[in-house]
Write a protein that binds this ligand. Structure first.
Ligand code: IPM
Ligand code: MG
Length: 357
């Protein structure tokens, strides 16, 4: 039987995961779903943000549905024990190098964006972020005595930016193949004018592109990409970039759609096994209030069905149900506008379940 690891995490994580689980239950498939604590909840239960049993479950499951981690109660812990280490550890341990973050603007939500409707309406871009390399994981890193320059002898913090050829090749393949199923355009975002790592990135992406003559490739510096994303975001189709730039650009892209509460994500390994999570965080300020938007998590469950569980039809059903509740005018507070109906987390879940039938 298909096994799904359910990792709710912290803050609003448990509330939004509950709604996604209800939606999965309503599909009429027989999934085995097993829960385990992660993040601050993992630390509280087992003294570690990624408890061994949780990691084991994630490894043996066919897919992982993840809520969110992070809670200010744990911000004073040493870095290795902070909630964020859970998601970083899962990405690394499961080899989830390809992070897919679609940013789609539903026509009903065009008014929720802070950008003019004509700039964003119809937006449909896919950010592909490399997820297990770059300055996020590069070693050495730490705090040491500054070895040279005007501050020699003082303490300095440092990290290492690096990308191996194979790491760049595999993410480039993911991007070109994704583009083949869309508008056949890839923008590779780098900082080749300053960084050795990203000149190398540009050279390798250019080389991989030779295998995809049907896809158009353009290169763009990250600062320009940030500008273009808010100036003319619809010009993009697939954006591929490294871990650090992808972290930043994907938040910017998310906000184009008005609410980060709407955006799912998939993190895939080389065999399309994946971890699925909403693009937003744990929002501890609204946790437990029943107001969080569960749609990003519900849409993440749809991505899971499509990419890891080979059930595209069920994924379509969920995505249509989400569109239908938006058409009905139901809105959680993050996407509320005058003339729509304000609902809570549970009611939104109810509506999606109803719309599935
Ligand atoms: C994300 C988050 C994570 C990241 C944090 C929570 C470690 O911002 O998934 O974008 O930086 O990758
Ligand atoms: Mg981020």
């Amino acid at each position: 039987m298909t096994k799904i690891a359910i990792l709710p995490g912290d803050g609003i994580g448990p509330e939004i995961i509950d709604q996604a689980v209800r939606v999965l239950d309503a599909l009429g498939e027989s999934f085995e779903m097993e829960r385990a604590p992660v993040g601050g909840a993992g630390y509280a239960a087992h003294g570690h943000p990624l408890p061994e049993a949780t990691l084991k479950l994630a490894k043996e499951a066919d897919a992982v549905l993840f809520g969110a981690v992070g809670d200010y109660r744990y911000d004073t812990l040493e870095r290795a024990l902070r909630p964020e280490q859970a998601i970083l550890g899962l990405r690394k341990e499961l080899g989830l190098f390809a992070n897919l973050r679609p940013a789609i603007l539903y026509p009903e939500l065009a008014g929720a964006s802070t950008l003019k409707p004509e700039v964003v309406s119809g937006l449909d871009i896919l950010i592909i972020r490399e997820l297990t390399g770059d300055i996020y994981f590069g070693k050495p890193r730490g705090v040491r005595e500054c070895p040279d320059g005007p501050f020699k002898g003082q303490r300095e913090g440092f990290d290492t930016m690096r990308y191996a050829e194979g790491e760049i090749r595999r993410i480039a393949h993911v991007a070109f193949q994704a583009a083949q199923k869309r508008d056949k355009r890839v923008t590779s975002v780098d900082k080749a004018n300053v960084l050795e790592t990203f000149q190398f990135w540009r050279d390798i992406v250019t080389d991989v592109h030779k295998e995809y003559p049907d896809v158009a490739l353009e290169h763009m510096y990250v600062d320009n990409a940030a500008m273009q994303l808010v100036r003319a975001p619809k010009k993009f189709d697939v954006i591929v970039t490294g871990n650090m730039f992808g972290d930043i650009l994907s938040d910017a892209a998310a906000m184009l759609t008005g609410s980060i509460g709407m955006l799912p994500s998939a993190s895939l390994d080389a065999n399309n096994k994946g971890l699925y999570e909403p693009s937003h965080g744990s929002a501890p300020d609204i946790a437990g209030k029943g107001v969080a938007n569960p749609l990003a998590t519900i849409l993440s469950a749809a991505m899971m069905l499509r990419y890891s569980l080979n059930k595209a039809e069920q994924a379509d059903r969920i995505e249509s149900a989400v569109k239908s509740v938006l058409q009905q005018g139901l809105r959680t507070p993050d996407i509320f506008e005058d003339g729509t109906q304000r609902v809570g987390t549970q009611e939104m879940g109810d509506a999606v379940v109803r719309a599935l039938r």
